[in-house]
Write a protein that binds this ligand. Structure first.
Ligand code: DX5
Ligand code: ZN
Length: 218
């Protein structure tokens, strides 16, 4: 099944709870929550207190994307705050295997994220331990950037790698996805779609429904 994970990085934070409820009511299955530390990526976003607050607004899957150095330091805190799925960047973990196992031990879904230029082979041996792989469609750090075209081939290659390994791993694409390019991204083999600016610009409910119509076609 294809799922939509709207990124609240593009939300109006003065009305965050209400906007999260709108995503839920329109049928988005996940809520994508971007945590940035100003070290792994240039920007700083939000952390546990914000996640804990919006946990009251929806039961949808909290898809927490950690763009932070050595995320292993904070896995317990993010699970306690309400994360259901945690993505850590391979580039930010000195010990990726240890970090992935720390997430699994907390009983939440586990994902590894890769920056655009990081090769898929980084994940070859750890793939069976992952529920999802997050491929960045842009360089992480900001919403509203343009999708990097070579990522579509990377999605195809990852889908092939997953099939060859006999795994059921989800492929999430994050960054630069909009209503015009999402079909090509799904065709290449992605099944979890992150969209920030394309959801929060204009009518949130309408945008979510427009994405879900395309996701349901496939
Ligand atoms: C970028 C974040 C993304 C971002 C996506 O570093 O990881 O989740 O919010 O925003 P759009 O969809 O606007 O590219
Ligand atoms: Zn993200």
């Amino acid at each position: 099944m294809n799922c939509l994970s709207p990124s609240i990085l593009s939300a109006d934070f003065s009305r965050l709870g209400g906007q999260v409820s709108l995503l839920d009511q329109a049928g988005a299955q996940y809520v994508h929550i971007d945590v940035m530390d100003g070290m792994f990526v240039p920007s700083i976003s939000y952390g546990m207190p914000v996640i804990r607050s919006i946990r009251k607004c929806t039961e949808r899957i909290f898809d927490v994307h950690l763009m932070i150095e050595e995320p292993i330091r904070y896995i317990d805190d993010f699970v306690d705050a309400g994360a259901d799925l945690i993505s850590v960047h391979a580039e930010a973990c000195r010990h990726l295997d240890r970090t992935i196992h720390a997430i699994r031990e907390k009983g939440v879904l586990t994902a590894a994220a890769l920056n655009p230029a990081t090769p898929l082979s980084t994940l070859e041996y750890i793939l069976p331990e992952l529920d999802m792989v997050l491929l960045m469609g842009v360089n992480p750090g900001f919403g509203g950037q343009k999708y990097i075209p070579y990522i579509t081939q990377k999605i195809r290659d990852l889908r092939q790698m997953i099939d060859r390994a006999g795994c059921q791993t989800d492929i999430e694409i994050d960054g630069g996805v909009n209503l015009d390019n999402v079909r090509g991204i799904l065709d290449a083999g992605a099944n979890v779609i992150v969209a920030g600016s394309a959801v929060f610009r204009g009518d949130i409910g309408e945008n979510v429904r427009a994405f879900l119509r395309i996701l349901d076609e496939q």
